[in-house]
Design a protein around this ligand. Structure first.
Ligand SMILES: NC(=O)C1=CN([C@@H]2O[C@H](COP(=O)(O)OP(=O)(O)OC[C@H]3O[C@@H](n4cnc5c(N)ncnc54)[C@H](O)[C@@H]3O)[C@@H](O)[C@H]2O)[C@@H](O)CC1
Length: 487
């Protein structure tokens, strides 16, 4: 068993169907006994040393894990209150066996939560089998978990916080558990790291139940990006500005020049040899008075040159639409953000032009932009962020960074990546412009890079730099620069 906190290694993620397939390959092993013992060990470590432990068990094998854990905890003399929010006669076979062993060990099993606030709650109500918003006895127990947690009880979720969908990180129902710790068993589930998952899972732990490697015969559904993605690429000692590629930022309509400047600064900080700012505001004066390194567009190399990355959209407003036909047709390497994505979503001609591109392209939508591009709603995007990113990548033939908590990286023919870095500190204006610029700047010197991996690198570095408050987009660029300096 181990805690997942930095430094993080790259790890495979398996949804519910894959986790069950791996479980079926290992039915000869006592998986529930191992799971319950792992839960008991972690509960013991987290128990504050006084006050009861409430083990809240549900109707399936997640409840079975809880019953095994409760038996171990009671055997160690800890004050345990076990509840079962289900008809014991209807438990699945393994959970029924765990129930029988708990009774045989003399453990009282109650129908109700405890009367007094527990010190620790083991949430074994629902795991992989969650199929609908909780109701009935399970919902009543979930209400109890929320009430006691508000009174200070710590919560350890078994496998998944009850109410959280394993595949998508969607919270079903109003009382989805907000755990302090979640112990993921046998496999790591993608829903712990994207959508509402990070807000509900707390500190994630993983125990492979001694089935190692868990997916030897089963491909992973996605990959959790590790801290190897944070490592900056070494720069050749003979590097010069001509060898580091160029970035041309097209954006910054009147009143939104700041967005394009942030993107351009980030591109320069990431390592692009030259950065040109093609401001749609047509305002006179330098590209960015505070950053004299940035050049006005005019004498820049043509976007069709392979050394040039074009970033279009940051603060682009409606004006960006007139530039897009040319950029989509010619740009050797293209990153589309913000208003460029909105323009594509609103135009069949631009959509066709994007789909017709043969040159590499990255889209960096937030959920609203993704919804416009897929012709659906934001809740539909958030209900399955992995699928949404995959659909975008396939529909447009591009690499896609779907931003938001647990950013998802998708590219045709690649395994989905989920980034566990970043925090709510990034929820402020301009941080998306910095990401787009940083990505373009990392790409500039590496025309041959694996674009999917490069997107993962950009998102991970941006997320890691965005984990501490206070944060303004400008501070983020400084922190990102410091990351490279630490190479
Ligand atoms: N597949 C695996 O990898 C392993 C699974 N184990 C445990 O087994 C769990 C999966 O067990 P199950 O498949 O039995 O699934 P669950 O224990 O999550 O629950 C399924 C039961 O809950 C009911 N249910 C679903 N949604 C409900 C709702 N909203 N309100 C009320 N009842 C609801 C279902 O009708 C079914 O009776 C895992 O999460 C894990 O804790 C471990 O014991 C060992 C390995």
């Amino acid at each position: 068993m181990r805690a997942l906190h930095p430094p993080l290694e790259r790890m495979p993620l398996y949804g519910a169907a894959s986790s069950r397939a791996i479980e079926r390959q290992n039915t000869h092993l006592p998986l529930m006994e191992r799971a319950g013992l792992a839960v008991a060990k972690l509960a013991l470590a987290l128990w504050p040393g006084s006050g009861p432990i409430w083990v809240a068990c549900g109707p399936g094998n997640n409840g079975g894990d809880g019953l095994v854990a409760a038996r171990w905890l009671a055997a160690h003399g800890l004050p345990v209150h076990v509840s079962l929010s289900a008809d014991a006669g209807a438990l699945p076979p393994d959970a029924a066996a765990a129930h029988a062993r708990a009774l045989a060990a003399g453990l009282p099993i109650h129908a109700e939560p405890p009367d007094t606030t527990p010190a620790l709650i083991v949430d074994a109500l629902l795991g992989l089998g969650l199929s609908r918003p909780p109701a009935g006895a399970v919902a009543a127990s979930l209400h109890g978990v929320a009430k006691f947690a508000a009174q200070g009880a710590r919560v350890l979720a078994v496998d998944l916080p009850s109410g959280l969908m394993a595949d998508t990180g969607t919270a079903l129902g109003e009382h989805t558990v907000r755990a302090d710790h979640t112990l993921s068993l046998l496999t790591l589930k993608p829903g712990l790291f994207t959508g509402a998952g990070r807000a509900h899972a707390g500190q994630v732990w993983f125990d492979d139940l001694d089935v190692s490697p868990p997916g030897a015969h089963h491909p992973a559904d996605a990959e959790l990006l590790g801290d190897d993605a944070l490592r900056p690429m070494p720069r050749d000692a003979t590097a010069h500005k001509g060898s580091q590629g160029s970035v041309r930022v097209v954006g910054g309509a009147a009143g939104m020049e700041g967005a394009a400047r942030l993107a351009a600064r980030a591109a320069l900080a990431a390592g692009a040899g030259r950065v040109y700012l093609d401001a749609l505001s047509n305002a006179p004066g330098p590209a960015d008075p505070a950053w004299p390194e940035l050049m006005r567009a005019g004498a820049e190399p043509a976007v069709a040159q392979p050394g040039v990355v074009t970033l279009a959209g940051c603060g682009g407003g409606a004006a960006i639409a007139t530039h897009l036909p040319g950029l989509l047709a010619q740009a050797a390497r293209l990153v589309l953000d913000a208003d460029a994505l909105n323009a594509v979503a609103g135009s069949a001609a631009l959509t066709s032009a994007l789909q017709a591109r043969t040159q590499p392209t990255v889209l960096t939508p937030h959920p609203l932009e993704a919804a416009r591009l897929l012709g659906c709603t934001v809740p539909e995007i958030q209900a399955d962020r992995l699928r949404a990113a995959q659909n975008l990548a396939e529909r447009y033939g591009c690499s896609v960074v779907l931003k938001g908590s647990g950013s998802v990286i998708a590219s045709p023919g690649h395994r989905l990546g989920v980034c566990p870095r970043g925090s709510a500190a990034l929820a402020s204006a301009g941080t998306g412009d910095v990401l787009a610029g940083w990505l373009a700047g990392l790409w500039a010197p590496e025309p041959e890079a694996d674009l999917h991996a490069l997107c993962g690198r950009a998102v991970s570095q941006h997320g890691a730099a965005g984990e501490a408050l206070p944060l303004r987009a400008s501070t983020l660029i400084e922190r990102l620069s410091a990351t490279l300096g630490a190479a």
